[in-house]
Ligand binder design. Structure first.
Ligand code: SAM
Length: 341
């Protein structure tokens, strides 16, 4: 897979491996030679895979997502095309007095060991004092990568993991979680140095002025002008992003709050999906990807074609490409709809 993706955070539902298929569809309508004259809007940027890939293809990119966790990626790697992180920048995370003990007070021992929490409180406070917005966002990106690196399955809801480590009860961890122990025990600087190298390799200009948006997708689609619209909404039946990333989101804002779940996860998900397609009518190419958790391929196709009768829909072997071929359910995991005008 393309090495630029290493700069991104491992994102729930991220579409790194779907990029070749998405851009092949775009290439059927707009030849690759013309991509540098095109703008792609990514309505739900998430971890940034599709936006970064589009940027690398030379397209102008407008990346939108409601979440701060995504805005950090967008500012660092999509909009930014020259600012990188130096060793000195990393050193700034380790100096200065801690103004808040938010992580330590709220997430120890459930989500982190005390030493991690104290470092995070110190480092996030140090980043807040940095006036250069892009540097600050790059450092936040490095810190998010750090948090996900030290936790099992790259998720910050590792119940009992850190407590079991503190108590030296390694037998409680199970084999897959023990894989993270070297990172959990490693000095923060070593993990951050690796993150810095990965991030810096993915900072590049593409001859365009790429833009960030942080708003509801409907407002974004209404405001922007673009040729290509990529839509990857949260899926009905899947865990809401605001819950999955609840702890991370609270750490980034340094306050406790109840997650406000996206409309796309609601019981009315199909209606929102159809409204989304209506809102995307002004774009020449629309690519929509969707998970098959709640709706079968047939239901998805019916919902899409009720709004866009000429849409081409098909299931893709995506994450479960290595499962048994006979097991139809396990291979039909990602649904794609392509609309062209
Ligand atoms: C399936 S993920 C996108 C994954 C992304 N394509 C990637 O490759 O990483 C969906 C994203 O939609 C965002 N989101 C949810 N509701 C939204 C809304 N109403 N407007 C904009 N973004 C929203 C979530 O924060 C989440 O990052």
């Amino acid at each position: 897979m393309w090495s630029g993706f290493e700069a991104l955070i491992p994102y729930f539902g991220g579409k790194r491996s779907l990029c070749p298929a998405i851009f092949k569809e775009i290439g059927r309508v707009i030849p690759q030679a013309d991509w540098q004259d095109c703008t792609l809007v990514d309505g739900f940027t998430g971890g940034g895979a599709v936006s970064l890939y589009a940027k690398a293809q030379g397209m102008r990119v407008i990346s939108n997502d409601l979440a701060d966790r995504s805005r950090i990626v967008i500012d660092s790697l999509i909009v930014n095309d020259r600012v990188t992180l130096s060793e000195e920048d990393l050193a700034r995370l380790f100096v200065g007095s801690t103004s808040s003990a938010f992580v330590e007070q709220n997430f120890v021992p459930a989500m982190f060991m005390r030493k991690h929490a104290q470092f995070l409180d110190q480092a996030l406070g140090a980043v807040d004092a940095i006036e250069h917005r892009t540097k600050a966002q790059l450092l936040r990106l490095a810190l998010v990568k750090y948090m996900l690196k030290i936790t099992p399955y790259s998720q910050i809801h590792s119940v009992n993991y850190f407590q079991s480590l503190e108590d030296e009860e390694y037998h409680r961890l199970g084999r897959s979680r023990t894989k993270k122990i070297p990172y959990t025990c490693m000095p923060a600087i070593r993990i951050l140095q690796e993150a810095r190298a990965q991030i810096n390799r993915a900072v590049f200009p593409n001859g365009q002025i790429n833009e960030a948006r942080q708003m509801d997708v409907f407002q974004c689609l209404d405001e922007v002008q673009a040729d290509i619209c990529y839509l990857d909404p949260p899926y009905a039946g899947a865990q809401p992003y605001e819950v999955f990333y609840g702890v991370l989101d609270q750490i980034l804002e340094r306050r406790r709050f109840e997650p406000k779940v996206s409309d796309f996860n609601s019981q009315d998900a199909k209606r929102f999906l159809q409204q989304l397609l209506e809102a995307a009518r002004k774009f020449r190419v629309v690519v929509l990807s969707y998970g098959s958790q709640r709706y079968s391929f047939e239901e998805f196709q019916q919902a899409v074609q009720a709004v866009e009768p000429a849409a081409r829909c098909y299931p893709l072997n995506f994450r479960y490409a290595f499962t048994r071929k006979s097991d139809a359910e396990s291979v039909r995991k990602e649904l794609l709809a392509v609309i062209t005008r």
